[in-house]
Design a protein around this ligand. Sequence first.
Ligand SMILES: C[S@@+](CC[C@H](N)C(=O)[O-])C[C@H]1O[C@@H](n2cnc3c(N)ncnc32)[C@H](O)[C@@H]1O
Length: 238
Amino acid sequence: VQASPSSKAGLVSQSGGLVWHIRALRHRQGLWAPFLAELGDWLALWQPPERHVLILGASAGWTIPPLFCDRFASIVCVDLDPLAPWLFRRLHPHAAITFLRRDVFTQLPELLAAYPHHAVLFSNILGQHGLHCPDPTLAEMTITQIKHRLFGRSWASYHDRLSHTIAEGALAPSGFDLPDHLPADVLAQRVGLVGECVDHLTQYALPTGPRHVMAWDINAQRRHWIEAGRVNIYGVTF
Ligand SMILES: C[S@@+](CC[C@H](N)C(=O)[O-])C[C@H]1O[C@@H](n2cnc3c(N)ncnc32)[C@H](O)[C@@H]1O
């Protein structure tokens, strides 16, 4: 089942904004902690040679470990949320942060051209596109094509694959590695999911190759399955 599309991301939106910040403040030191630790370990293994990074869908950087920012000489964050710059700077008091309020999906070519020497991190944004785009086929096509624009760039993404309701108190299982992508129904089976779920249309977001899958309980009733992949300048995942 697809989520019904809502208006563009911004202050109040289905993929970020106020609700996101309140949820993060409430859960990041409790319910979110196991996922954030697992993501932190995964991000620590992404060591692109570039000294600068473009973080797309940065929001306040609630999921970004503070040490991650310290590895880069400068950081360019992109998000439509007007609160994001202020919050990001408070959470990550890094000297050299530039914040841009741009639409990542329509302005990606311009962003990549403006920052040709930056590694690129899609920070839990690719799986949000289907929530804002009324046509799921078009949304999936847009997400699928992004990797072709990134050839020659070091990049990484962690994004929603599936999300679904859970019984309160259900324990989040640990993550696992996959040698390649799995179709949504096969992934759902693999994680023992029965019943309805949202397919975030990111099945082909990454090039073929290894990836890591993590469970993230974003509140006591809802679990997201996050896929994470690192890609080098030759388009090879590792
Ligand atoms: C799930 S949140 C990402 C969380 C963030 N990476 C963090 O660590 O807190 C998704 C973010 O993507 C942003 N977003 C969604 N669609 C966007 C678009 N088309 N252009 C720019 N930002 C967008 C939302 O505003 C939101 O902040």
